[in-house]
Design a protein around this ligand. Structure first.
Ligand code: ADP
Ligand code: ASP
Ligand code: MG
Length: 415
């Protein structure tokens, strides 16, 4: 996004008391819930705040739109898919605006294109480049609550684009960056937990988590926040709070520094849609590895973990993981590779999941990796691949071991 970098100073000043709030699909899922959202907005407004509210499509309506598209076309054109999916949020913004009007509160709704959310990049995964705040500031000056459709924008061809599933978080954080104000994300959990409470019900809520940790957790599968929203938040130093749209309890602050270093591990994430590819008997020649990964890149396949064995008799094994979304392109690229090197054997495994532990505290606490592997080894399943960074350890495991692995690691690290 092409914005001026702001200091925390500017953000704290926020002289106009503007707040960006975002309400997700579950929070907007029924008429009663929309009324609940409207009441919450009015309460905050009555405290003297200017309110900009981003909403997602009601309940599971985006999933229903996706299903409708696939019912008519196995490979729906991406431009038309965005045209369709963006309608979900248009329903929500108008409904919320009507609820506010019914309660006597002036409000105006805008779609992403109407409010000048300019995007670049491919349909279905567009990135916000710029936001024109003119309309929003005019409406706020007019004492209206401004309601903006999340998840969408408009590209340089005037086509409607969407930001990727869960993208309303990014719309909200981007708006808070251009309006220099805090961002409050309201959802169906009380905040960010060490582990998704649906996977591990005893999980503990975090009071604070750093951008770096949240970015790792989000990109490793913690679907509570859209990854790009945290990238933007970190870049522009936005104050982001994640809290419940129903319970009035303190949520989690996502910020630059977190007091997380007392614990070696802050959180865990599981990514289910990963596939693992093993190629055996590859000639030991770096040009061949380069050729393989260039072909994958050219096919638009995002390769994640990579491992390579030491050569034996001038042959090596290469393994890597990629997202299940890319399966068609991957199968094609692998078939081409095998045709070029017929002595290789390719195995594509779809029943694998990636499990990761994340924590800035890892840097200061030795022995985290040994504890992690000890906890897993007690469960007796193979670890298929491992990667690390300075604040995370990820491993690929068989899908059938997922529950056991989550319990063992979450219990062991008291997440
Ligand atoms: P919304 O519709 O409000 O955007 P999402 O479904 O996108 O809500 O995100 C909220 C969900 O994220 C929760 O219901 C929870 O199951 C899941 N989740 C995944 N990881 C975490 C985590 N670490 N902490 C809290 N919730 C998590
Ligand atoms: N409605 C969109 C989705 O379901 C965007 C969002 O919820 O953030 O992915
Ligand atoms: Mg979401």
């Amino acid at each position: 996004m092409v914005l001026r970098k702001k200091s925390r100073q500017t953000q704290r000043e926020n002289p106009m008391n503007t707040i960006v709030q975002k309400y997700g699909g579950t929070s907007m899922g029924t008429i009663d819930r929309i009324k609940n959202v409207a009441r919450r907005i009015i309460a905050k407004k009555e405290q003297g705040n200017r309110m900009v509210v981003v909403v997602s499509a009601m309940g599971k309506s985006t999933d229903q739109l996706v299903a409708m598209a696939y019912a008519i076309n196995d490979r729906p054109p991406k431009r038309e898919m965005d045209m369709l999916l963006a309608t979900g949020e248009q329903v929500s913004i108008s409904m919320l605006s009507m609820a506010l009007a019914e309660m006597g509160q002036k409000a105006i709704s805008f779609t992403g294109p109407q409010v000048g959310i300019k995007t670049k990049g491919v349909h279905g995964r567009a990135r916000i480049m710029d936001i024109d705040t003119t309309k929003i500031t005019q409406a706020l000056a007019d004492d209206s609550v401004v309601i903006v459709a999340g998840f969408q924008g408009v590209n340089e061809n005037d086509d409607i684009t969407t930001l990727g599933r869960g993208g309303s978080d990014t719309s909200a954080v981007a708006l808070s960056c251009v309006l220099h104000c805090p961002c409050e994300i309201y959802t169906d959990v009380d905040g960010i937990y060490g582990v998704d409470p649906r996977l591990y019900p005893p999980a503990k809520k975090l009071d604070v988590v750093s951008y770096d940790e949240m970015l790792e957790m989000a990109s490793l599968g913690a679907g509570v926040m859209h990854t790009r929203s945290i990238e933007l938040g970190r870049k522009y130093n936005a104050d982001i709070t994640v809290a419940s749209s129903i319970h009035d309890v303190p949520g989690t602050l996502i910020t630059a520094s977190a007091a997380a270093t007392q614990k070696p591990i802050t959180g865990m994430a599981v990514y289910n849609d990963e596939m693992m590819v093993s190629i055996k008997n590859v000639p030991y020649d770096v040009n061949i590895s380069a050729r393989l990964f260039s072909a994958l890149a050219a096919a638009g396949i995002n390769v994640d973990m990579i491992s390579q064995t030491s050569p034996i008799a001038d042959r090596m094994h290469i393994s890597f993981s990629a997202s299940h979304d890319d399966i068609d392109a991957l199968e094609k690229a692998l078939a081409e590779f095998q045709a070029a090197y017929p002595q290789t054997a390719v195995d594509l495994r779809e029943d694998a999941v990636k499990m990761s532990v994340v924590g800035s505290g890892m840097k200061a606490h030795p022995g985290v990796a040994s504890k992690f592997f000890r906890l897993l080894s007690a469960q007796h399943f193979p670890i298929l691949m491992v990667t690390t960074s300075d604040i995370r350890i990820s491993c690929m495991i068989p899908a059938e071991a997922r529950e056991r692995a989550v319990m063992a690691v979450a219990d062991g690290f008291e997440l």
